[in-house]
Ligand binder design. Structure first.
Ligand SMILES: O=C(O)[C@H](O)[C@@H](O)[C@H](O)[C@H](O)COP(=O)(O)O
Length: 266
């Protein structure tokens, strides 16, 4: 059984015994949000990232979800992407296609991947323009207090350095307020060229889930969630603070191993 607790201002924490349990809980969570969103808006706009997240979403491709989820209503996006060809081993599109989209009947025209034949700057501009069109038609909802897109769900991972999407510690992109999709050419983690949702977009979502597994991220989890003082307020994962939406952390025990326990309520 997952141990779930609510932090006073860092959202809900779900700590799982193992990856199998985490995968089961994550599939259930996504399926429930999909159902609620389709009921309310007729569509489900979900953005994913790369890394082990896609493997952890595997149970969604199995019984019962492969039959019960309303896949025709899904619109899928990337919270960040590496600027490489779609067939390249580093491509998040390829990761999602091979590990997920090839196993469930998402409508091909609802798969919103970046243009891989242009520069990082152009790819970011084109992606943002595309998202703007979908906000106009409300395929993607709009934020109540800005013109930002309000994705039904943004799924993020966190690296051992506390980065989320392609927003890295101390990078100027953390201060970006105007753009929805930004490009970087100096990612500290290869490949260097990437596009990424900016914090205003992430924090406008209805739901944000951060999936973190493994002991290598335990310190960053502690710094992103616990009350550690002003030095870490600009850690990218700490800047994930949905304005009106709900934040949920999916952790395994090793990733949660350095969390303080004292300030949590059951
Ligand atoms: O930006 C990237 O290059 C990666 O996609 C990265 O963000 C990854 O998601 C995390 O480092 C966690 O990775 P794992 O879950 O695979 O350990």
């Amino acid at each position: 059984m997952a141990h779930s607790r609510v932090h006073k201002d860092r959202g809900e924490l779900r700590i799982h015994e193992n990856l199998d349990e985490l995968g089961t809980d994550l599939a259930e969570y996504i399926a429930e949000l999909s159902e609620a969103s389709v009921k309310e808006r007729g569509v489900f706009a979900i953005a994913v990232s790369g890394g082990s997240l896609i493997g952890l979403m595997g149970k969604l491709c199995e019984t019962p979800y492969n039959k019960t989820v309303d896949w025709a209503k899904w619109y899928i996006f990337w919270a960040d992407e590496r600027v490489v060809g779609k067939a390249h081993a580093d491509s998040n599109y390829k990761l999602v296609k091979d590990g997920f989209l090839s196993k469930v009947p998402v409508v091909p025209s609802h798969v919103n991947s970046i243009n891989d034949s242009v520069s990082a700057e152009e790819a970011a501009d084109i992606y943002e323009f595309h998202i703007r069109q979908l906000v106009k038609t409300r395929t993607i909802n709009v934020s109540d207090n800005s013109d930002c897109p309000k994705f039904d769900l943004i799924l993020l991972e966190m690296g051992p350095d506390g980065h989320v999407a392609s927003l890295f510690p101390n990078h100027p992109m953390l201060d970006e307020k105007a753009e929805w999709v930004a490009f970087i050419t100096d990612s500290p983690k290869p490949p260097p060229e990437r596009i990424t949702f900016t914090l205003p977009v992430i924090n406008s979502a209805s739901n944000v889930a951060v999936v973190v597994t493994g002991e290598s991220k335990a310190e960053a989890v502690h710094l992103a969630i616990d009350d550690v003082g002003p030095d870490y307020l600009s850690l990218p994962a700490r800047l994930v603070q949905p304005t009106k939406g709900k934040l949920v952390w999916f952790l395994d025990k090793p990733a949660a191993s350095k969390l303080d326990g004292s300030q949590f309520s059951e």
